[in-house]
Design a protein around this ligand. Structure first.
Ligand code: KG4
Ligand code: ZN
Length: 810
């Protein structure tokens, strides 16, 4: 069966899925036949239902996943988590299948649905934005084509309606205004009375017209690709370039802004959340350009890539003319924009064109027409990005081969093409007219995953036979987006994109910002983990993996969901089983990764920013939680004490450094639960005692010995933890003691435990620091213990904020 486009949206309470057959050239007016288009009620269940609904929709048409040629996803606006589920799943599916991903405004899709119903003239859409607000949109439909007045925004009906009414009046077009959208359920009265007062002739649309459907998404894609959407359309096709549309900042930022205003500090006149970031930005200027992609780790030369349009011709000519051997005249370049089987991609640095490449679909092969960069952008990987982006876009053409000619004297270009898997196929003598130089003909495989597959199978099969399952894991439970490839105890790559800088000014992790950052980083981190497995030019292909793994509990649920949705999509796309891993088990496996000789029975003390638990394991994979904190986690207590001392976040490392010069006996802080006879911990009393001590000293003007406070606080923590750990080991007869979590970085705690365990003749394991804090290598290692005999997750798997490690669960 031919190629199909898959579309879906999860921004609202309904889940929409569409499938369309591709009938024409890219960007033709009507290149798709809609094969199916359905919506299902799925309030807060998109993560559970989405992949099954996609599978069903394909099956009904006798299609399978391999028939998907491209994916279109609704980017919102809508429920933040809902939109992220759709976008993360779409990134995963597209990455897993190796097909392009495009994102469209959910509002555009609704407007298209209204157009498809036959309505002509003006329509006003009011989508429910919760919090007594709506996403308003005014659209004009003429001969089925939709023009929307402005970009997506949010506001209370009474605040946004006057503007919308003004805009409508200014248009001076007559007819009846059609009013639609699920925002009418809550705001019908205020909306209709505003139109009535203004004397506007309006009519209420059928309720179904206010919802997205699969066909509307596809029509929105076609319109956006033709420049008919007010939202910037990112058409690189790279899954990493598609982000949710946010119309609000996170609450933490909003509160910060309001406080600034109250304090009389200057705040920019009009801020809005950026598509790319949890951090508010100014409207206008560069910030509204296509975002530079989620290469979180690739910011050295952050070019943004997009398709070129006729208004770029001037800049293209300027770059071409400055070349040593200009080949493309203005006339030739202009002619390119008249052709349909062409892709021209540009690389932009701060809005300025610094390089471009052209591709043609010629008789079933992709032909590279031109690759040029401005002198300032040379040797920065720009040409490589242009070629890879063009190839990604050209996947739509479904060709197998890509060809090009290059001057025989252009060594650096030849090397670049070779590193991308191109081989030399012949010479065209005296091909170039300016100096009669020969052209080297080169060709490569279009499906880069397959090239890499060949390379990988030739190089690494023998080594592989020796080791266990090869697993790609993702961790996103808190404020690090991490990915790793692990083969049993060999870490082939371990990549971490930390968000600490974005949370630091709030003194702790802001869940909404964490979720936003995860979806920005996830594709780049996964790509980097696959690329970093070898020094060769070829990333590890997904086909070379045995399984995938993802942290599915416990943690910040909005953050977990991003990682889980992405990995479920990836698993759907690349057909590798996905294992769901408990984050705490991951921390335990960080020890096994570092010390494979560890044996059960063991006791593990897990101390991090979110956890404080003593866990006993009698047999591999079986755990019993002996005790946990009743309130704050250990790392959290360190962070809060640091905050009280006016120190920055995260406070753990700063407190432990301060403590080195302080006197641990200077202040007698309480040792809560020390003699409670169980394994429970409580840290909030200690934290309060320290904070009270600091405040008292401040009131009496007494000089604060921060190092003594730090040392005394730390000692109080250590005394309790060492004493409970010792008792746990004695009572269970454990032979090993494992320390895990970010607080395991604390030297004094490690030393205290090591001394105590040595006396008991118990072996102690502390992983290297990179595996103590959150990482994905530990998640992959935990999964390796399960692959081949445990059931993988199915499509309906969901994340959970809380989950016990204990088995059988009690
Ligand atoms: O495991 P982790 O990276 O993240 C969570 O899962 O929470 O742990 C981070 C926590 C932070 O609270 C940080 O302040 C704490 O570990 N931490 C430390 C030290 N280094 C990091 N606490 C005490 N002493 C340290 N040296
Ligand atoms: Zn952790």
């Amino acid at each position: 069966m031919g190629k199909v486009l898959l579309s879906f949206d999860t921004a609202g309470d309904f889940l929409s899925v569409g499938i369309a057959r591709y009938t024409g050239e890219p960007l033709n007016a009507h290149p798709f036949d809609i094969l199916s288009s359905e919506s299902f009620p799925a309030p807060r269940r998109a993560n559970i239902m989405l992949l099954s609904k996609i599978d069903e929709a394909l099956a009904e048409l006798d299609l399978d996943r391999g028939d998907i040629a491209a994916v279109v996803v609704g980017r919102g606006p809508g429920s933040f988590t809902g939109v992220r589920i759709g976008v993360a799943t779409a990134k995963g599916i597209a990455r897993g299948l190796g097909v392009p991903l495009y994102g469209v405004s959910t509002t555009d899709a609704i407007a298209q649905r209204i157009a498809a119903s036959g309505h002509e003239g003006w329509a006003f859409i009011a989508a429910d934005a919760m919090r007594k607000e709506i996403y308003p949109a005014l659209a004009y439909i003429e001969a089925g084509a939709v023009s929307r007045v402005r970009r997506d925004y949010v506001g209370k009906p009474e605040a946004v309606l006057p503007d919308a009414i003004d805009e409508y009046r200014r248009s001076s077009a007559g007819g009846t205004l059609l009013v639609a959208g699920n925002g009418l359920l809550k705001h019908r009265d205020s909306i209709t009375s505003a139109f009535e007062t203004a004397g506007i002739d309006y009519e209420m649309a059928d309720e179904s017209l206010g919802m997205v459907d699969g066909a509307g998404l596809i029509a929105a894609y076609v319109a956006a690709a033709n420049g008919r959407s007010p939202e910037p359309f990112v058409d690189t096709g790279r899954p990493g370039d598609v982000f949710p549309i946010y119309t609000r900042m996170s609450d933490a930022e909003e509160i910060e802004r309001v406080k600034k205003i109250a304090a009389g500090d200057s705040v920019p006149a009009y801020e809005k959340a950026s598509d790319r970031s949890g951090v508010g930005i100014l409207v206008g200027g560069d910030s509204l350009d296509a975002p530079a992609g989620d290469r979180a780790l690739d910011s050295a030369f952050p070019v943004a890539l997009r398709s070129l349009v006729p208004s770029d011709i001037e800049a293209m000519v300027a770059i071409e003319e400055a070349l040593e051997h200009p080949e493309w005249t203005r006339g030739l370049i202009e002619a390119e924009f008249e052709l349909i089987n062409r892709i021209w991609v540009g690389a932009f640095l701060q809005g300025e064109l610094v390089g471009f490449a052209g591709f043609a679909d010629l008789a079933g092969d992709v032909h590279v027409l031109d690759v040029v960069t401005a002198p300032t952008a040379r040797r920065k990987g720009v040409a490589r990005k242009l070629i890879l982006t063009g190839m990604q876009r050209a996947l739509e053409w479904r060709t197998n081969k890509i060809t090009l000619e290059v001057r025989v004297s252009n060594d650096s270009a030849i090397k670049l093409y070779e590193s991308l898997g191109f081989v030399q196929a012949g010479v065209r003598p005296s091909y170039y007219s300016d100096n009669h130089e020969d052209a080297l003909i080169m060709w490569g495989e279009m499906v880069t995953d397959e090239i890499a597959q060949t390379w990988w199978s030739s190089v690494s099969r023998q080594e592989r036979a020796e080791s266990g399952a090869r697993i790609l894991a993702l961790e996103s439970s808190c404020d690090e987006t991490a990915a790793a490839v692990v083969e049993e105890n060999t870490v082939m790559s371990n990549v971490i994109a930390s968000q600490i800088d974005f949370h630091a000014r709030f003194g702790g992790v802001v869940p909404e910002i964490a979720s936003r950052k995860h979806i920005e980083a996830v594709t780049g981190v996964i790509d980097e983990a696959l690329a970093a497995t070898s020094a060769s030019a070829f990333s590890m292909p997904l086909s070379a993996l045995d399984a995938l793994a993802v942290t599915d509990s416990p943690g910040l649920v909005g953050a977990l969901v991003v990682g889980l949705a992405f990995m479920k999509g990836l698993s759907f796309g690349c057909a590798k089983p996905l294992y769901g891993i408990n984050h705490l088990e991951g921390h335990i496996y960080a020890n096994i990764l570092a010390h494979p000789e560890i044996e059960t029975p063991f006791v593990a003390l897990l101390v991090s920013g979110g956890h404080t638990s003593l866990i006993h394991s009698s047999e591999p994979g079986f755990y019993r939680t002996l005790g946990e904190t009743l309130d704050d986690a250990t790392g959290e207590a360190f962070d809060k004490v640091a905050k009280a001392l006016g120190l920055s976040y995260p406070g753990g490392p700063i407190i432990s450094a301060l403590a080195e010069t302080g006197n641990p006996r200077a202040i007698a802080f309480p040792r809560a639960m020390m003699k409670s006879g169980d394994y429970a911990f409580s840290l909030s009393g200690l934290k309060t005692a320290v904070i009270t001590h600091i405040h008292k000293a401040q009131e009496t003007g007494e000089e604060l010995a921060a190092n003594d406070i730090a040392a005394s606080f730390q000692q109080a923590v250590i005394d309790v933890q060492v004493s409970k750990s010792v008792r746990a080991v004695q009572e269970t007869g454990a032979k090993w003691f494992l320390l895990a979590g970010g607080v395991a970085a604390n030297k004094a705690l490690r030393e205290g435990l090591a001394q105590a365990m040595e006396r008991l003749d118990v072996k102690v394991s502390v992983p290297p620091f990179v595996y103590c804090t959150d990482n994905a290598a530990m998640i992959a290692r935990a999964a390796a213990a399960r692959v081949f005999h445990d059931a993988p997750l199915d499509f309906t798997a969901d994340a959970s904020a809380r989950a016990s490690l204990d088995f059988p669960k009690i």
